[in-house]
Design a protein around this ligand. Structure first.
Ligand SMILES: Nc1ncnc2c1ncn2[C@@H]1O[C@H](COP(=O)(O)OP(=O)(O)O)[C@@H](O)[C@H]1O
Ligand SMILES: [Mg+2]
Length: 245
């Protein structure tokens, strides 16, 4: 059984009397424990697609399934029970006035506490950080904490939108390391939206390349990066190489 599936998803926006097809017939499958990257330049429709999947916005066309059950909500609402979003601005996941622990803790049982402890350890976070306010955490710590919060809620899918874009390179590496540790400890799948194809290569086994709302190439990340078929994918890889020089 597939964990998450989308078929024929479409979303259009009207802006200044012009129609924009932000998501134009996208289909995808996410398997249990899979990390899938969606890459593309700014404006290619990545965030729009993620918002459709999360149920934050309603698709004009297409269907979404969680474990073969359709949830393409007529009413539209955050599908927060089985999936959680993680955003670029990690501080926005926490109430600025409360201690971090108050936004994270699900229950007080010994079992819940042990699970939270396990997640913190895997995310390379000191337990003492729970008793600070979000702004007392560094950007990297807060982002790792928001990943812990999402997993601690019991969700088995994380939707991550440019979660490393506001962080420097060494802090990005810590996030990658934390995800590797977390995967060892806990079963979950994730979709990462990013413009950074090189970073996605370190994190995700599968990749989809988006341009102007359309999927131009998809496959195993390693194969796509080593042997891109699409001209646009080649350009993204070329640009990433130039940036790392
Ligand atoms: N709420 C909206 N209203 C009008 N246009 C939008 C809206 N959201 C996104 N768009 C347009 O849809 C396209 C895709 O945007 P987005 O999904 O944010 O791309 P990405 O995340 O890849 O940068 C862009 O042209 C953007 O301007
Ligand atoms: Mg975006």
């Amino acid at each position: 059984m597939d964990l998450l599936r989308g078929t024929g998803l479409r979303k259009k926006f009207i802006s200044k009397d012009k129609e924009i097809l932000a998501v134009n017939d996208i289909s995808f499958t996410l398997h249990e424990n899979e990390f899938l990257a969606i890459v593309g330049e700014s404006g290619s429709g990545k965030s729009s697609l993620l918002r459709l999947i999360a149920g934050l916005e309603r698709a004009d066309e297409g269907h979404l399934f969680y474990r073969d059950e359709e949830y393409t909500s007529k009413k539209c609402g955050y599908a927060g029970k089985f999936l959680q979003m993680v955003f670029q601005d990690a501080y926005s996941s926490f109430d600025p006035k409360m201690k971090v622990v108050e936004s994270i803790k699900e229950c007080n049982s010994a079992e819940c506490e042990a699970e939270l402890k396990r997640l913190l350890e895997a995310a390379l976070l000191d337990e003492a950080l729970l008793y600070k306010r979000p702004r007392e955490l560094s950007g990297g710590e807060c982002q790792r904490m928001s990943i812990v919060r999402a997993l601690n809620s019991g969700a088995d899918i994380l939707l991550c939108d440019e979660i490393t874009s506001a962080l420097d390179v060494s802090t990005q590496a810590q996030i990658v390391k934390a995800f590797k540790e977390l995967r060892e400890k806990r079963d979950f799948a994730a979709i990462f939206v990013s413009h950074d194809i090189a970073l996605m290569g370190m994190l995700c086994e599968n990749i989809m390349v988006m341009k102007d709302g359309v999927c131009v190439e998809e496959g195993e990340t390693k194969a796509v990066i080593e042997n891109p078929r699409d001209e646009y994918t080649k350009l993204l890889i070329e640009n990433a190489r130039k940036q790392s020089l």
